[in-house]
Design a protein around this ligand. Structure first.
Ligand code: GDP
Ligand code: MG
Length: 431
């Protein structure tokens, strides 16, 4: 191997694995981003420790830089921590009873109405139970929502015992078949023992198939304690996170999910009855990190990478392929700017893959000034042709020389890398 080529390969080698220093620096920023998103301190600390362990020594993926690889690892781990895929509550053919719990103002009553609308739309026969006897207006609030959706509501009477409520519900269901009963319960401004006892008693009597904690996304740091106490007292089976339409970045979701390990089924996204969506871990992960654009960029980089690999055998890599690749990189937008969006990330990035927009434009112009024959077989580009191409693209013969040399080196490097990585080529290790 020539010296130059060896240099390039050495550098690839050095940059192909994430170093501890690189990861540690990036993780400082990630921890900040998590705390800014209101993720509980302990949850953030555990999360960072987990990702650090995974990241150090990781291969840098495909066409990503080290910094991008770290961000991708963080993002993937966040998605996993938030539950991976979108999940739905369990629904049997009949006999479904869902118990809504949470602090006052979290959005229980509103979410109860939203769920009624959502599942009525799916052909379910829903009954709402207004079991919040704490505030006089609470049962009326649910009744208004029930009328709006067009489902019946059973109001628990003042002073009624859980046994009586159970009996009245059974009686109701004898005369009017309902396959999904959603029970709206009372909340308090703070968790208190009397409330918890009352909740637990009603839960025992009604034997719900799902117990759903409604968490206000704006609760921030408190979300962890709320979720923990409710889980201890009434054993949660799932979570609903409300008010995701506000400024909250979603840290509460991560905290509540981490401490209970229960799936987040839905997100409330407006005050309206239709403002309920399935919970998408990937979207919320991007929101928590506050770097949606960067994540989109990384995805595009990976796609472009895959496409470029599909082009041809490395030995056939010609100037047309080079042009194609450059244009793909350009479509991704100014990389430098996007990476600067991540606080401190630019410092954590290794050198290399430094794409200068102007440089790409110049190379694009040069290749565009070549004939198809020249692009496919650069060997025929002699002195006379070089002069013509330079004049046509507003560059110098030296520029053309440099471009041809760069292409030659890239081609060599691709061949060597292909030999080193065996079948599957450089695309190995990517999804
Ligand atoms: P509860 O005390 O837990 O029953 O809470 P409510 O259902 O009465 O909701 C409290 C307030 O939060 C009401 O003003 C709701 O309109 C509002 N709210 C509930 N969910 C959402 C949501 O997803 N987005 C917005 N913007 N407001 C919501
Ligand atoms: Mg309520």
């Amino acid at each position: 191997l020539g010296n130059k080529l060896q240099d390039i390969l050495d550098r690839v080698g050095r940059e192909s694995k994430l170093t501890e220093k690189q990861v540690k620096e990036a993780m400082r920023e990630i921890r900040m981003a998590l705390l800014e998103a209101d993720v509980n301190f302990t949850v953030a600390k555990d999360f960072v420790a987990r990702v650090t362990e995974k990241a150090v020594g990781q291969e840098v993926q495909g066409s990503l830089t080290g910094g991008q690889t770290v961000v991708k690892l963080v993002h993937d781990e966040l998605i996993q921590t938030l539950g991976g895929e979108t999940q739905q509550p369990t629904l049997k053919n009949e006999g479904n009873v869902w118990f809504m719990v949470g602090l006052q103002g979290a959005g229980k009553t509103t979410s109860t109405g939203k769920l009624a609308a959502f599942y009525k739309g799916k052909g379910r026969r829903v009954l709402l139970v207004a079991a919040d006897t704490q505030r006089p207006a609470a049962r009326d609030q649910l009744e208004v929502l029930a009328n709006q959706v067009g489902v019946p509501v059973l109001k628990v009477a003042d002073g009624e015992t859980p046994q009586e409520t159970r009996r009245r519900l059974d009686e109701y269901l004898k005369t009017d078949f309902r396959d999904l009963v959603i029970v709206d319960t009372a909340g308090r401004l703070q968790i208190d023992e009397a409330l918890m006892d009352q909740l637990a008693n009603l839960q025992t009597e009604l034997a719900p198939t799902e117990t759903l904690l409604v968490v206000d996304a704006m609760t921030g740091q408190e979300a962890l304690n709320v979720a923990r106490v409710f889980d201890e007292r009434v054993h949660l089976s799932g979570l609903i996170i409300t008010k995701m339409d506000g400024d909250a970045r979603g840290g509460a979701a991560l905290s509540a999910r981490s401490v209970t390990g229960r799936p987040i089924y839905f997100a409330g996204v407006s005050e309206k009855i239709s403002g309920l969506e399935p919970f998408y871990p990937d979207r919320v992960a991007g929101r928590i990190l506050g770097m949606g654009d960067v994540l989109g960029l990384i995805e595009r980089a990976q796609q472009a990478d895959l496409k470029a690999m599909e082009v041809k055998k490395p030995g056939d890599f010609d100037l047309e392929d080079l042009l194609l690749q450059l244009r793909q990189i350009r479509k991704m937008g100014p990389l430098g700017d996007l990476l600067k969006l991540i606080p401190g990330m630019s410092r954590a990035l290794p050198e290399g893959f430094n794409v200068d927009e102007k440089q790409i434009q110049r190379i694009d112009a040069m290749i565009s000034s070549m004939t198809v024959k020249e692009r496919r077989n650069p060997k025929i580009i002699d002195g006379r042709r070089r002069k013509r191409i330079a004049a046509g693209s507003g560059s110098t013969v030296q520029d053309i020389n440099r471009l041809l040399k760069m292409h030659e080196q890239m081609k060599e490097m691709m061949k060597v890398l292909q030999r080193m990585s065996g079948p599957g080529g450089m695309g190995k290790g990517m999804k």
